[in-house]
Design a protein around this ligand. Structure first.
Ligand SMILES: Cc1cc2nc3c(=O)[nH]c(=O)nc-3n(C[C@H](O)[C@H](O)[C@H](O)COP(=O)(O)OP(=O)(O)OC[C@H]3O[C@@H](n4cnc5c(N)ncnc54)[C@H](O)[C@@H]3O)c2cc1C
Length: 298
């Protein structure tokens, strides 16, 4: 571990809480649901609610996580503006693919009953194949299931072409995980150019791109191009993380009559929120400066 990561790891929890405050809805399902309601009512924004807590290893903890997702589904009923995001490492992938797929399918099936959409987040490159395999197997049976792809990976255009014959919702983002040059672009501008191209590729293949970025020039590039091509405004949407200050741009998108969705994480246990922030700070140390800039700029 290098010095930078060691420093991030040694950061005291209260300090991490300061960093976390704008980004996390709070503790418990009710906090996630309340934030989804608040941003919809006050700002016209949609939400995808996420339980923090990656890398769950023990079977009883995985089952407890599945139960939280069942309770979330109950709690989010009657809210067409809210979806759910989840991760394979929360749901037993560390034990086996079959076990994780079964847990995922139980959640997707329960959500389908209430018309709630589930997005399978993409983790680092070690999980790409298995995540796509589980997605395809379940997507065959359920329409309320989407996935995430990362534009930094060289393989992503092939993954889009091989995705599925059935159109589905695909969140397309640059990806949070640092990946080596053998498998991924290293330059952010290149990742964003690829993201733009992959939005077009997804549309070409009949999918619904969920364009997840805070980069205003990239968003404007997408809007200008898709408007010029006459692409329907309900054929795609934009997504951002709760807490990143982009209110004017978000409101502009809402005024265009388009879906603007925020990723709304909540924690059942505060230690997971601390872990989430530390992992993201370690993956992207520049974020510490962004957060300070955003906090000071408020
Ligand atoms: C809804 C959503 C879901 C995502 N799901 C996944 C996933 O499943 N798998 C995955 O690998 N990655 C995921 N990501 C992360 C994503 O891939 C990027 O790492 C992240 O969005 C930053 O990339 P950017 O395109 O905004 O560009 P950047 O150049 O990183 O950011 C542009 C600007 O946005 C602001 N900004 C960006 N991030 C932050 C932040 N955290 N705090 C404060 N300001 C910030 C800064 O002002 C920055 O200059 C998701 C992102 C979003 C928005």
């Amino acid at each position: 571990m290098d010095l930078k990561n060691t420093l991030i790891d040694l950061m005291p929890a209260p300090l991490v809480r300061i960093f976390a405050a704008p980004y996390i809805a709070g503790k418990g399902i009710a906090a996630g649901v309340a934030k989804a309601d608040e941003i919809q009512t006050k700002l016209g924004l949609a939400a995808t609610v996420d339980l923090l807590g990656e890398e769950v290893f023990r079977r009883e903890d995985v089952e407890a996580t599945v139960q939280v997702y069942f309770r979330m589904i109950e709690a989010l009923q009657g809210r067409p503006y809210a979806s759910i995001s989840l991760k394979p490492t929360q749901l037993g992938i560390n034990e086996s693919e079959a076990y994780c797929q079964d847990n995922l399918q139980r959640i997707v099936a329960a959500a389908a009953v209430h018309g709630i959409h589930i997005t399978l987040d993409m983790e680092d490159r070690h999980f790409t194949d298995v995540t796509l395999r589980m997605f395809k197997a379940i997507r065959d049976r359920y329409d309320n299931f989407g996935i995430v792809l990362q534009s930094r990976l060289y393989r992503t255009p092939d993954d889009i072409r091989a995705l599925h014959t059935k159109p589905c919702k695909v969140r397309i983002c640059i990806g949070i995980y640092r990946e080596p040059a053998e498998v991924a672009l290293q330059d952010k501008a290149d990742m964003k150019d690829r993201l733009f191209e992959q939005v077009l590729l997804l549309l070409e293949h009949g999918h619904y791109p969920e364009i997840a970025t805070h980069d205003e020039p990239l968003i404007r590039r997408c809007l200008a191009h898709l408007d010029a091509q006459g692409v329907a405004r309900d054929a795609y949407e934009f997504q951002m993380l709760l807490g990143v200050p982009r209110l004017d741009l978000q409101q502009e998108i809402v005024r265009r009559g388009q879906t603007m969705r925020l990723y709304v994480p909540f924690a059942e246990d505060w230690k997971y929120a601390v872990h989430y922030l530390k992992r993201r700070l370690a993956a992207n140390p520049a974020m510490a400066f962004m957060v300070m800039g955003n906090l000071l700029g408020r």
